[in-house]
Ligand binder design. Structure first.
Ligand SMILES: NC(=O)c1ccc[n+]([C@@H]2O[C@H](COP(=O)([O-])OP(=O)(O)OC[C@H]3O[C@@H](n4cnc5c(N)ncnc54)[C@H](OP(=O)(O)O)[C@@H]3O)[C@@H](O)[C@H]2O)c1
Length: 394
């Protein structure tokens, strides 16, 4: 029996993870589930899964959850706050941690899982973008296993040479790899008139043509900051510089990414756009198990299209490449400014087209420095948030 903590259990990745596990109850046992404020959803999950622990990041939500569970006679230990999250991410009795909290809130619990040497299934790309080297060092030093859940990185991992591991221990593991091509659907505004992007609403931005996801990542997909964060994530996961990680627009989202080799071979991973495939892959690796995803029907799909990315339409992608090249805490600042700008857009306090401007202005006012410690990373994250808020206010 393998035991699992699901950080972000009430979200899109969390629910998909539980859907996969439901098909393999004889192999996986849910030990802990976490959320932020969605008490109703957590009550149902506790009733269904009987975890040992349920954690709400929000203390008041934790109190409400505890009362509700007591009334229902559901015996679950309820914890709260960052201490509760890091506690269940590093429990001795847990083998696997699904890191699916959205945004920077996931950093400390995801890092705690790495430090505890767990198999970490990484959906929370923001944690890696914020802390890059520090996070990879924690994985390496503590013998954790890092498996990518982002469909693109999971696809790349599947197409890597058989001896490749994350983190790679030497460059020999990458011999023959010339570059990675991350697929991108282009989101809902791939061909939308640029001059009308000013007026798009949060609901329009969240209406992704191929994937059903949480609202933050949906907006990131619409600006293509999501792809930018993925470029940074790929550099860390696969030990490659940004000039060997390219982005390929592929509107159908059937090819999830590709690895190009020096002999001219290009390996790709294909599948229906459904997160249960990378989740099942990472849970079962190096074995395979069923995920509930329908078979890919290439005849029905009949054609696959590709385009270059237009950086003018998607300035966030260029900002992310530049941040990764700049190094240090520049990616932390980029991520923080993006989170603040996306939140303001979702709350209708900022226009869609102003998101990259807020990030660019924040980066121009605040230079990154060497990301030597967690303190420095958290300090620059907090300062970048304040700066981005002031940029939005003015
Ligand atoms: N969705 C996808 O298909 C997809 C694909 C690839 C990668 N990812 C990545 O996976 C992560 C999760 O994405 P998602 O789409 O599943 O997000 P989501 O649907 O918005 O769910 C986010 C989860 O995080 C919890 N959460 C939010 N704020 C928190 C906080 N401050 N402290 C602790 N927990 C908090 C939420 O709890 P409440 O429900 O209580 O708010 C929820 O359980 C993101 O990093 C995203 O980039 C997602």
């Amino acid at each position: 029996m393998k035991t699992i903590t699901i950080l972000g259990a009430t979200g899109s990745i969390g629910i998909n993870t539980l859907d996969v596990i439901k098909r393999h109850r004889q192999i996986y046992k849910v030990t802990a589930l976490t959320a932020n404020r969605q008490v109703d959803r957590m009550v149902s999950l506790c009733q269904e899964w009987s975890p040992r622990y349920a954690v709400m990041a929000d203390a008041e939500a934790a109190e409400r959850l505890e009362q509700r569970l007591k009334k229902l006679n559901v015996v679950v230990e309820v914890l709260s706050g960052i201490d509760g999250l890091t506690f269940v991410a590093s429990l001795a009795e847990v083998d696997i941690v699904m890191a699916a909290i959205v945004g920077s809130a996931g950093l400390l619990p995801t890092l705690a899982a790495a430090q505890a040497g767990k198999r970490v299934l990484l959906a929370n790309k923001e944690a890696l973008v914020m802390s890059g080297q520090l996070f990879m060092d924690a994985v390496r030093i503590n013998g954790a296993e890092l498996l990518p859940i982002d469909s693109e990185h999971n696809a790349v991992f599947q197409c890597m040479p058989p001896r490749f591991k994350i983190p790679s221990s030497s460059h020999d593991e990458l011999v023959g790899v010339s570059r990675i091509l991350l697929s991108a659907s282009g989101g809902p505004f791939r061909s939308y008139p640029i001059d009308q992007l000013d007026d798009v609403t949060p609901d329009q931005a969240c209406a992704h043509p191929n994937w059903s996801m949480g609202r933050k990542i949906s907006v990131d997909s619409a600006t293509m900051m999501n792809k930018g964060l993925e470029v940074i994530e790929a550099c860390w996961l696969f030990s490659l510089p940004p000039n060997r990680v390219d982005v390929l627009l592929h509107p159908q989202s059937v090819i999830h990414s590709l690895v190009e080799y020096v002999d001219g071979s290009v390996l790709a991973q294909l599948g229906n756009p459904d997160m249960r495939t990378p989740i099942a892959h990472a849970l079962a690796w190096p074995e395979r198990m069923s995920s509930g995803v329908p078979r890919l029907n290439l005849v029905e799909i009949s054609r696959l299209d590709f385009e270059d990315v237009d950086f003018e339409r998607f300035p966030c992608l260029k900002l992310a490449y530049d941040a990764m090249s700049a190094g240090g805490t520049t990616s932390t600042i980029l991520n923080a400014a993006n989170e603040i700008a996306v939140q303001a857009f979702l709350e209708e306090r900022l226009r869609f087209s102003a998101i990259p401007k807020v990030i660019e202005t924040t980066l121009s006012k605040f230079s990154g420095r060497a990301a030597n410690s967690l303190e420095i990373i958290l300090e620059d994250d907090a300062r970048a948030r304040e700066l981005a808020k002031s940029v939005i206010r003015n």
